[in-house]
Design a protein around this ligand. Structure first.
Ligand SMILES: [Zn+2]
Length: 46
């Protein structure tokens, strides 16, 4: 288990109805991007 993950590294794994779903690369947790505004997504792969 990882304690106190800040979810600093995330990637977008899906988009649905205008909502981005992101996965934390550190703890593997998945969020809606809107729930985690401080998240900075660095990867923008096309
Ligand atoms: Zn995390």
């Amino acid at each position: 288990m990882l304690a106190a993950c800040d979810h600093n590294r995330t990637q977008i794994i899906a988009r649905r109805d205008g909502v981005d779903y992101v996965e934390c690369l550190d703890c593997r947790q998945i969020f809606e991007a809107e729930d985690l505004e401080p998240v900075v997504v660095e990867e923008e792969e096309e």
